[in-house]
Design a protein around this ligand. Structure first.
Ligand code: ZN
Ligand code: ZN
Length: 187
C-alpha cells in the first residue's frame, strides 16, 4: 500500500496520449496564455504531444519571431512567447523592444535550410547574455542566428529539447498574435 501511494505521487499521465511518465516530465502547454486568450487550450502533456501542439500553433502563426534556444538550467522551466506589443506590460522598455526587433528576419528572408519563406530567427541565448533577467540585449549580433521557415524551426526546436532533455514543467506558450520573442523563463 505504501509503495502504491508513492507511485501515485510521482507518476503522471499525458492528457492527450495517456502515456505514464514522471511528474517532472509533464509539460504544461497553455495557448490560453493564462486565460488571456479565447479559444486556447491548457493541457498537461508528454513531450511528443507538446511538440504536436507546438507544430499546430506554428502552422497557424503568420507573423515573425525570434525564437531563442531553450535554456536547461532554469528551475520551473517555462518557455514563453511575448508579442512585442505586449512586452511593455512585462517591464521591457521601448528601447529594449526596438533592439530585439532588429533581430527579426527581414520580410523577404529565406530559410537557410530549405529556401522557403523564413518567419523565424532561431537564435542563441547570447542575444541576452544567457540571462533573460538581466534585461540586457547583445546588440553586437555576434552570436548564432538562423533564419528558418516554420517547418525547419519546428524540427530544430524538437531536436534541441530532445538532445538537451528539456521539459517545460512550468508552462509553454506557443507563438501568437504578432511579431515577438520566444524565450525561456522561470515560473
Ligand atoms: Zn502524450
Ligand atoms: Zn525551411
Amino acid at each position: 500500500m505504501g509503495l502504491f501511494s508513492l507511485l501515485k505521487i510521482t507518476e503522471a499521465f499525458c492528457e492527450k496520449c495517456q502515456v505514464v511518465l514522471p511528474q517532472e516530465q509533464l509539460n504544461q502547454f497553455d495557448s490560453t496564455i493564462r486565460d488571456e486568450k479565447d479559444g486556447g487550450e491548457y493541457k498537461s502533456v508528454c513531450r511528443n504531444c507538446l511538440m504536436d501542439e507546438f507544430h499546430n500553433a506554428l502552422k497557424n502563426f503568420t507573423f515573425r519571431a525570434i525564437m531563442v534556444h531553450p535554456l536547461k538550467k532554469l528551475d520551473g522551466m517555462a518557455y514563453q512567447y511575448y508579442p512585442f506589443q505586449e512586452m511593455p506590460e512585462y517591464e521591457w522598455t521601448q528601447e529594449q523592444i526596438e533592439e530585439f526587433k532588429k533581430f527579426l528576419p527581414p520580410e523577404d528572408a529565406h530559410c537557410e535550410e530549405c529556401e522557403n519563406h523564413a518567419q523565424f530567427n532561431w537564435c542563441s541565448p547570447d542575444i541576452y547574455f544567457h540571462d533573460i533577467f538581466s534585461q540586457k540585449i547583445n546588440t553586437t549580433g555576434e552570436f548564432s542566428q538562423e533564419y528558418l521557415c516554420s517547418e525547419c524551426l519546428f524540427k530544430k526546436f524538437k531536436e534541441f529539447i530532445e538532445k538537451e532533455d528539456i521539459y517545460f514543467n512550468a508552462e509553454f506558450f506557443p507563438p501568437y498574435d504578432g511579431d515577438g520573442l520566444g524565450t525561456s523563463f522561470e515560473d
